[in-house]
Design a protein around this ligand. Structure first.
Ligand SMILES: C[S@@+](CC[C@H](N)C(=O)[O-])C[C@H]1O[C@@H](n2cnc3c(N)ncnc32)[C@H](O)[C@@H]1O
Length: 276
């Protein structure tokens, strides 16, 4: 769809452009586009090195090691933290409604969203399921700024609480469902096993995990946007995008069953599995 229309010598934005490319739209992708400009594009200039070396290019691109990247680049101060979060927020606001429609979540009264960013998915879940209460566990600099994204004045009196902490170190809060949205693609298998083992230990039988990820097709030849995202994971993290089969194995080996996949229609797939 063209991003503008032209009639009698007057240009105007199409509805799609007005929705996503203007700063004052609720579902603006401006933050995400700025993030792409500041982080994604510089990383992609080192794609050749990444493919040759098979490792991330954070140090070559930004002059800091992968481990220090978040601390020194994203969370250097409140303004940098906000830039990073604006990037995630725009995309998350646009995609969360489709994720929430993917399954019926009405049986889950308590939920914990790990690495839940600004809480966009948590607030959307609470809008649709007002009886739900959700803890969003986030790294302390993010948790501090996140609470400012949704103010009670927009009528969102949702039961969302931000809990500062590192999900690898902290004991997981008890809940009926755990969410990992766009989290596993940042990590290698050993870290995912660590998180799923912890989740299995704390969830009660019948409890669930919800993953939201971009799925590769079975032979990893596409779809093209997922291939590009996988390259971004290679360039900027230790993770990668995975296939249905790979997510099923990761879940089943850690004691989860009934793995269900629902494409959300916005490139992501929602994956729900039950604790045995
Ligand atoms: C790619 S973002 C996904 C954000 C959100 N869940 C979404 O779907 O848009 C990954 C999130 O994980 C958080 N994160 C990374 N490492 C973490 C850790 N060790 N403990 C808690 N959160 C972490 C980051 O701060 C970031 O907000």
């Amino acid at each position: 769809m063209p991003s503008f229309s032209f009639q009698c010598g007057v240009y105007s934005n199409s509805p799609l452009a007005s929705n996503h490319l203007t700063s004052n739209s609720e579902v603006s992708l401006k933050g995400w586009i700025s993030f792409a400009n500041l982080i994604t594009w510089p990383l992609f200039t080192n794609l050749e090195h990444a493919v040759r070396e098979g490792t991330d290019q954070v140090s070559r691109t930004f002059g800091v090691s992968g481990k220090q990247f978040y601390k020194e680049k994203f969370f250097k101060d409140e303004a940098s933290t906000k830039n990073f979060m604006d990037g995630m927020h725009g995309l998350s606001l646009a995609t969360s409604p489709s994720v929430v429609k993917a399954f019926n979540f009405s049986e889950f009264k308590t939920v914990c969203d790990f690495g839940g960013g600004t809480g966009a998915l948590a607030y959307e879940l609470c809008r649709v399921y007002p009886e739900m209460s959700i803890k969003v566990l986030e790294l302390p600099p993010v948790a501090k700024v996140a609470a400012k994204y949704f103010e009670p004045q927009d009528g969102k009196s949702a039961k969302v609480e931000f809990v500062p902490g590192d999900f690898f170190e902290k004991e997981l809060p008890a809940a009926d469902m755990y969410i990992f949205s766009q989290v596993f693609h940042n990590w290698q298998e050993d870290k995912i096993h660590q998180l799923l083992k912890k989740a299995h230990k704390t969830l009660k039988p019948g409890g669930a995990v919800l993953l939201v990820e971009h799925l590769f097709n079975d032979d990893k030849t596409g779809p093209p946007p997922v291939t590009v995202r996988c390259l971004l994971m290679l360039l900027g993290s230790e993770g990668r995008e995975r296939t249905k089969e790979e997510y099923t194995q990761l879940l089943e080996v850690n004691g989860f069953k009934d793995v269900q996949f629902k494409p959300t229609g916005v490139l992501q797939t929602a994956i729900l599995a039950r604790r045995l």
